[in-house]
Design a protein around this ligand. Structure first.
Ligand code: IPD
Ligand code: CA
Length: 282
């Protein structure tokens, strides 16, 4: 179901995008201003290196409280607290801190990601992002987009600029970002793939926050980003920013982006990169 099927006008979408921006920025301020001294790991998830801090939890609680007040009819899928059903057919998809390990180590590339989606957000390929906002508090930047309305960078000083991808058509000159999961066997496989890719591109980056990587493709700060194993909350807002800025965002050949694979790239190198990843993973 698209925005039209969800009965949303362009004005509705822009209003929802602005709400996503307001929420992401409020949570972004919270995680910076309320970060406790000596922040540690509150709990671990899929492995001992897959961490949650008290601020991941507080950020998600804040976002859920605000949405409960402002949009009680909508569902919510959040990284820390899972799914809460709604009645509108729309679901907010929340990553309360993307780049939690960067946050833990006081590295600046972490973000709050807020998207509104239509469809079943628990099933790959069955949802569409309608609006998204990714706030990167330490950069003073919020990336946002609404379906069919383009993508923008809002600087915290109040200025705003439309986002456009770079022009690129050679994989060997491309700057490509990727990321790695938290399970050792998955990482070993991801390491084999990136080792094959590295000699075929300009260079590789591992920023540490999938939502930011996707926005950086949209902002022309990267030519491409790919990763396997990321969840809807990592990708929902950032992939809309990338695609609204002109990038092609796909999954494996013939598939929608999802947990198996996300490839976001400028059109001139998308197919070459995806083919190269496909060959490397066989
Ligand atoms: C992680 C980051 C990282 C990516 C991992 C994600 P988290 O999210 O986005 O860049 O490589 O796959 O799980 O755990 O920081 O929210
Ligand atoms: Ca995440």
């Amino acid at each position: 179901m698209t925005a039209v099927a969800a009965n949303l006008s362009r004005a509705d979408l822009l209003e929802l995008r602005d709400l996503a921006v307001t929420l992401a920025q409020e949570a972004g301020r919270l995680i910076v201003n309320d970060r406790p001294r000596g922040l540690g790991v509150a709990e671990t998830k899929s492995s001992e290196v897959d961490v949650v801090t008290v601020m991941d939890r507080r950020s998600e609680t804040l976002l859920r409280e605000r949405l409960g007040q402002l949009r009680p009819q909508d569902g919510i899928l959040g990284e820390e607290d899972g799914v809460s059903a709604g009645t509108s057919g729309l679901t907010w998809v929340l990553d309360p801190i993307d780049g939690t390990v960067n946050y833990l180590y006081e590295q600046p590339l972490y973000a709050v990601s807020v998207a509104l989606c239509v469809g079943d957000v628990t099933r790959d390929g069955e949802w569409t992002s309608l609006v998204g906002a990714v706030d990167v508090p330490m950069l003073g930047e919020t990336f946002c987009a609404a379906l069919g309305c383009g993508a923008e960078l809002l600087r915290h000083d109040g200025s705003r600029v439309p986002l456009h991808i770079r022009a690129a058509d050679r994989l060997d000159l491309a700057l490509v970002a990727t990321g790695f999961g938290y399970a050792a066997d998955k990482r070993a496989e991801q390491g084999r793939v990136v080792a094959q890719l590295l000699p075929q591109v300009r260079d590789v980056r591992r920023g540490g926050a999938a939502a930011i990587d996707l926005c950086f493709v949209g902002a022309g700060r990267l030519d491409a980003y790919y990763e396997s194993g990321i969840n809807a909350w990592d990708q929902a807002a950032g992939q809309l920013v990338a695609s609204e800025a002109g990038a092609v965002v796909s999954g494996a050949p013939g598939e929608a982006p999802g947990k198996k694979l996300v490839v976001a790239a400028v059109p001139g190198i998308h197919t070459a990169l995806r083919d190269c990843l496909f060959t490397a993973s066989r």
